[in-house]
Design a protein around this ligand. Sequence first.
Ligand code: FMN
Length: 318
Amino acid sequence: MIKIGDVRIKGKTVLAPMCAVSTLPYRILCKRHGAALVFSEMIDADVEQYGKYRFKKEFNTAEIERPVVAQIFGSNPKKIAESAEVMADMNADIVDINMGCPSIKLSRNNAGAILLKDQKLIADIISSAASTTSVPVTAKIRLGIDSSKDTVKIAKIIERAGASAITVHGRTMRAKYAGKADWDMIRKVKDAVGIPVIGNGDVFCAQDAKDMLDQTGCDLVMIGRGAIGNPFIFKQCEEYIKSGKIIPDPVAKEKYDAYRTLCDLMDIYKLIKPQLKDYKVNACWFTKGVSGGREARHEIGTCKTKEEVDAVFSRLCE
Ligand SMILES: Cc1cc2nc3c(=O)[nH]c(=O)nc-3n(C[C@H](O)[C@H](O)[C@H](O)COP(=O)(O)O)c2cc1C
């Protein structure tokens, strides 16, 4: 069993941090469907007013999703360390620092993937957070700004600075989502560091997850886009990795039931009261791959209430 610091991870699959996707309700759903570890969406650490009160509007956890990773982003080592400790106080089992987001909004503030150009700052951020936070600190990186020439060096810096694990998304910042993720570089990082490595990039089915583990030797497999509207992927991957057994893709009724469960979880756990658009977006994601889904999504776009969205989706099960 893999341990990140002293946190035991029972399984191989990880829900990626994804803005507006990896919310508490969705994390709970993925956990119920077999995810071994779940990441929160990224939370800003560099704001002037930090502390529990502000974070209460952006981050919450529940016992049933644990172990959970809170992901934070920023560029100021002191603020990151303080935010990390607040996250630990709010029941995050692990705190991850985002060094992989390519968005201009983050780059402008010297946060996310742009940090990969400043190895000294990377070391300062990790050591500041790891030395003051009571839970393990990890980092999620891309390969580099526009090449992978320093990926291994950066991974070693992160390890030496005190990180307990590292996630590698096998693309550069400039590549955004273009091309194929470079799993070879993930293997090179795995060969170079002693801490657990979470491989990330282009895992869309159980076979991909097994291939990623086999080809890179990584300890855990992180799934992003493949898990949007598709919590089923976790059990499929876990089972295939463990026994080679293939769990068939869910039928429409199973997807509908999972969507309904998510709606219930949203009503209970969402920090801001769910809006009609939240139901619509999720219904559109969950109807992907269902026969008649395209027409249904068109209709969902015109719905005026949550009940109408529900009715459109449920008709697909008939
Ligand atoms: C909608 C969306 C939101 C994302 N938000 C974050 C984020 O908050 N933090 C982060 O580190 N990565 C974020 N990512 C990147 C994913 O965590 C992951 O690294 C990337 O999608 C590659 O994995 P995949 O090929 O399995 O999708 C996001 C990706 C998507 C598609």
